[in-house]
Write a new protein. Structure first.
Length: 374
């Protein structure tokens, strides 16, 4: 069941009395004045009041545009009639507050500006005062009392309408912000993820590698990378077509990532080439990872529809050095990859750094100290 706006905005009996007092309305005075407003002004002149109200607003371009998009004058006049026939009566009841709160929510949804809102209430005040009977106008005390009541009652109604107007505006803005955040997250994910393989995209993989390399050099933590490339993949595309080729790539990507750890990054580097970033992993372990990938990829052919495609993969692995940047590290892994190709494919080759394995295993701080002593 939908929660009432009165409950949502905390208008219990005590809060209703507080709002009435804030606008200068007392229950005792309002009963008689509300009755006089209805029977002396509103009901005898309701057609003229409504026509005057909308004839004036009809000259406002913003109002006309809203009406054209969301309603028509006949519906608005019907709604205004219902509103006027309850104006000033039973103002201390939950029902009166609920109806006025709903008016603000409805107007916010159709795009009524707050400026137009204020002007409309001020216009209504003027029209009601203009329609005071001659007997009231000729009595200064009665005239002053009724004018003050009209000002106060329209102020009360406007305060309640604005209550929900602002709240719904905030909700609308929050929804827009959440929507933009969601779209931004989708965009970020699309930039991070290769749409064909669901591995990391090339750009995102490079950013991860830069960050991991900086961190490993700072903390003396090992970092290895593996470059991998399908063997004779051009032949697959030439023989079966690019549609089959794409499905083979996707299947191979799934095999590459099946044993990935949380700290590993598997990315599509381009075409049928893959980049695997192994954080906190030395060269010996990187070679084992590369061998597992090679066996996983080549252990069984890929089946696509009625086509069976044998696949193998060549890989090159290397570990980072202190003086490495992203390019030097991937270049060394790439050279190892092509060494694997030259050696017959379906194998792993190591792109060793210039320093010894013993030196590579030294913590970063110790290597720096050694270099300084030298």
């Amino acid at each position: 069941m939908k929660q009432s706006l009165r409950v949502r905005f905390g208008f219990d009996p005590e809060a209703i009395v507080e709002r009435l007092q804030l606008t200068g309305l007392s229950t005792a005075d309002s009963v008689q004045l509300g009755n006089d407003l209805q029977h002396q002004i509103v009901r005898p002149n309701i057609v003229e009041i409504i026509d005057s109200f909308y004839n004036t607003l009809g000259c406002n371009p913003q109002f006309v545009e809203i009406v054209q998009q969301h309603s028509d004058f006949d519906k608005l006049k019907k709604a205004q009639r219902h509103y006027l026939l309850s104006l000033g009566e039973s103002i201390n009841t939950p029902q009166y507050f609920e109806e006025r709160l709903r008016i603000g929510a409805a107007h916010q949804r159709v795009g009524v500006s707050l400026g137009l809102y204020h002007c409309a209430y001020r216009l209504l005040q003027s029209i009601l005062i203009d329609n005071l009977p001659k007997s009231t106008k000729s009595n200064p005390l009665a005239f002053q009392s009724m004018v003050q009541f009209i000002i106060k009652i329209t102020a009360l109604d406007m305060s309640l309408a604005i209550e929900t107007y602002y709240a719904d505006k905030v909700v609308t803005l929050q929804d827009s912000i959440d929507s933009m955040r969601g779209e931004g997250e989708l965009l970020r994910n699309s930039l991070r993820t290769d749409s064909l393989t669901n591995l990391c995209s090339r750009d995102f993989s490079i950013e991860v590698l830069k960050a991991a390399l900086a961190s490993s050099q700072e903390e003396g933590r090992p970092l290895s990378v593996v470059m991998a490339d399908l063997d004779r993949f051009k032949d697959v595309n030439d023989k079966y077509g690019h549609v089959i080729g794409d499905q083979v790539l996707a299947a191979v990507a799934a095999r590459i990532s099946c044993d990935a750890r949380d700290t590993d990054t598997m990315g599509r580097y381009g075409g049928d080439e893959f980049l695997i970033i192994l954080d906190n992993t030395g060269l010996a372990d990187a070679r084992q990872v590369a061998e597992r990938i090679r066996e996983e990829v080549g252990s069984n052919p890929v089946h696509v529809d009625d086509v069976t495609v044998p696949v193998t993969i060549s890989l090159g692995a290397t570990e980072s050095c202190d003086n490495d940047d992203r390019k030097s590290l991937t270049r060394r892994a790439d050279r190892a990859l092509y060494a694997a190709k030259d050696a017959g494919r379906n194998r792993v080759e190591i792109g060793d750094a210039e320093r010894s394995p013993q030196e590579r295993r030294k913590p970063h701080a110790e290597r720096q100290a050694t270099a300084k002593r030298a």
